[in-house]
Ligand binder design. Sequence first.
Ligand code: ATP
Ligand code: MG
Length: 482
Amino acid sequence: MSQEKVLIVEDEVNERTGLAELISAWGYRTETASDGVEGYEKIASWSPSMVVTDLKMPRMGGLELLERLSSSSQTVAVIVVTAQGTIDSAVQAMRMGAYDYVTKPIDISRLKTILQNASSLLGAKVELEITRRKLRDAGSLGTLIGSSKKMQEIFRLIEMVAPSTASVLITGASGTGKELVARTTHELSPRRNKPFVAINCAAIPETLIESEIFGHEKGAFTGAVERRTGCFELAEGGTLLLDEIGEMPIATQAKLLRVLEDRKLRRLGSKVETTVDVRVLAATNKIPEEAVARGELRNDLYYRLNVFNIHMPPLREHKEDIPDLVQSLLSDMSSKHGRKVATVSEAVLNLFRNYSWPGNVRELRNTLERAVIVCDGAVVETKHLPPGFGQTTVRTSSDDSDGIRLSVGTTVGEAEKLLILKTLESTNNNKTRAAEILAISLKTLHNKLKEYGSAAAAEAADKENEVDKEMEGEEVPAKEEI
Ligand SMILES: Nc1ncnc2c1ncn2[C@@H]1O[C@H](COP(=O)(O)OP(=O)(O)OP(=O)(O)O)[C@@H](O)[C@H]1O
Ligand SMILES: [Mg+2]
């Protein structure tokens, strides 16, 4: 049995003694205080490892106590007790560094789990610190690379938020590393030996999403032939990443909110509720406030998830990281494809520095992957980049891989060429089919290709196909324009 010390801070005498008896019965040593002032003094003199505190109390309330503790050197896990319907103050408490919260009337089993988790957190603190030091390097945090000011700030936020159970909303454009941030947060948390489960809300049909998340019983709906364990249960004790949260149907968002607030879950078609202990992280490449305004994201859910926000900058805003990213990604890609490509030429690096990277780090990664495949030596040169690289704005996000994106400054002639070559690419160089799609005659297409230098164009298209084949089976590959 644990002999850890728990201080109970509560002004209402019956609740105070009741809680103290209960927590003592679980094997902890307990002391009590009747408000924040007394609580703060006892923390200093008795050094408990955990504090269970009410929020509203005379003289000094729970939030003020938290504030005091955050500016002191005390390491103590604070669990806040809030009245139902005052989730706002719970969110605020989490922001101020509370470990977790329970709502009144207190769910005893949940409080017990929280205390157990908190004490294992404290036990794991030393171990965590070792992990943190291992993962932390001057220019990286785990697999995240970046010595720029912007990335260093991201690392600081991750390290700060990782140890708690607080929800984190990770925002930023596609390919900026949101999923990597979520994984790193899990890695740096006391939950890291438990599962990390990621679910992409955009990739699951609306009709299936609820059963994916919450699970279902056999026969819950037509087609539910087997019982299914949902993501929440799969992530028990660990971390769940709800990716593309803005794509989640509104009705599902309402259910999710309930699970987040009560930490209780009911599988579809089930009558029983189970308590879940899952840390929820969410990611979106939309601007959340705008998604809320458009009615795609429930305001209350946004508020609940956005306890902390980590906003990933686009790559063009931290270009100083490009050389380090190139080195790291190149070595990954080289070993993946069994090549010995060690570096990129100065000319390539210059092109990279001058490019706007609309697909962010993922686009850089994909560009390097292609280069590694077509490169026969140790150094990536400009000829290994997709033809015309850097001259047009290309986009590599999966949702847009069939389109072309043109930046202002492109001539109509260039746009036409891009469109024709892209269409040829998508038809595997089948000119008849491409002409049909473009609604031009085969003869016109041939003439156009002659104009562009048909040999080069055909070769480029062939090479593209070759490269795509080699990259199959990976995450959606980049489709640069040729
Ligand atoms: N700072 C970084 N250091 C190293 N690799 C990175 C970094 N940022 C992103 N990556 C790599 O870039 C790719 C895209 O990252 P990730 O999948 O995390 O992006 P995302 O923001 O979740 O994108 P999307 O919104 O399209 O899902 C991954 O291969 C990831 O490993
Ligand atoms: Mg992602």
